[in-house]
Design a protein around this ligand. Structure first.
Ligand code: GDP
Length: 290
């Protein structure tokens, strides 16, 4: 962990501890307040922020720093460990054959993320393909096809078929020779029974190894309900946070990670196929606090 990963005001509070050998409650409270301010501004839910604050207070005041460690380094280590605990490790994605299904509301960035992920796997030397089952949103087929062409990955969709489950079944046959099959699904404006029912059927047909929930970085407090719905319908193994190139920092998505007991797999950072990053805790923490 480098100090640069933390926001400047938090760095300032930590710097005040320079030369101190023991922490008192006031020192810890100042640091906790700085962290709270940054995380709440980044849309992290109040519950998660409160739990984290309690853990930091408890550990900073009760844990004995290892011999020779300054008060500042001691609290810095605890803060970092707790923040890593908050954001989690990256979703495990072995570089081998697998099927991944994407779920999420309309506009969250599923179609874009499907092509981006396919591009990412192709750069790792695997042969990916995308199935577009979104028959609901006009333009979804063309958008997916064009993005997959740009990513130079295989694609299956059928603009003349309005049955997403049938498209999924045929796509699976058509793309039987790819290594990584990525299945894009339709989203609606809100969670409706038909959307969830359709998703469950597609899941039965494609039998994914992983289901990823795609969330807009600006999701805020709505993440919890979405996560609960998708988790109970198909089970969520990881989260993709999109649009991190905008002003939103994506902290709301952590509630979804928490509710589904999952982790973050990818971050979307733009509209082009190569605008994708594998999630990695320290970079995300500096984004949240920065
Ligand atoms: P879907 O309805 O969930 O399939 O969402 P789309 O993939 O169509 O994305 C909705 C809009 O968000 C499109 O205009 C995308 O270009 C845009 N978008 C998706 N991901 C990102 C991203 O990471 N950054 C930016 N700036 N725009 C994105």
């Amino acid at each position: 962990m480098v100090l640069d990963d933390l926001g400047s005001s938090l760095r300032g509070s930590l710097d005040k501890l320079r030369g101190k050998s023991r922490l008192d409650e006031e020192d810890v409270e100042e640091i906790v307040k700085e962290i709270q301010r940054s995380l709440l501004q980044a849309d992290v839910s109040v519950d998660l922020v409160m739990d984290l604050s309690e853990d930091i207070r408890e550990r900073a005041l009760n844990e004995e720093p290892p011999g020779g460690t300054s008060a500042r380094d001691h609290v810095l280590r605890i803060v970092y460990e707790e923040l890593v605990g908050l954001v989690g490790e990256s979703t495990d994605l072995p570089l081998e054959s697998q099927t991944i299904m994407l779920a999420g509301l309309q506009g969250s960035g599923k179609t874009t993320s499907a092509a981006k992920m396919a591009w990412w796997f192709s750069k790792k030397g695997l042969r990916p393909g995308v199935i577009q089952t979104d028959t609901f949103r006009p333009g979804a087929y063309d958008q997916a096809k064009q993005m997959c062409e740009r990513a130079e990955v295989e694609f299956y969709g059928d603009p003349d078929n309005d049955d997403p489950v049938d498209i999924a079944r045929k796509g699976k046959e058509e793309l039987s020779d790819v290594d990584v099959l990525i299945v894009d699904t339709a989203g609606r404006h809100a969670l409706e029974d038909t959307l969830i029912g359709e998703l469950e059927e597609i899941e039965r047909v494609v039998d994914p190894d992983r289901n990823l929930l795609v969330l807009d970085a600006a999701i805020g407090q709505g993440a919890k309900d979405q996560a609960d719905e998708f988790e109970s319908a198909v089970g969520i193994d990881g989260v993709v946070i999109t649009k991190l190139d905008g002003t939103a920092k994506g902290g709301g998505a952590l509630a979804a990670v928490d509710r589904t007991d999952s982790s973050i797999a990818f971050l979307g950072t733009g509209e082009e196929v190569q605008d994708i990053e594998r999630f990695e805790p320290s970079g995300f923490i500096s984004r949240l606090l920065g």
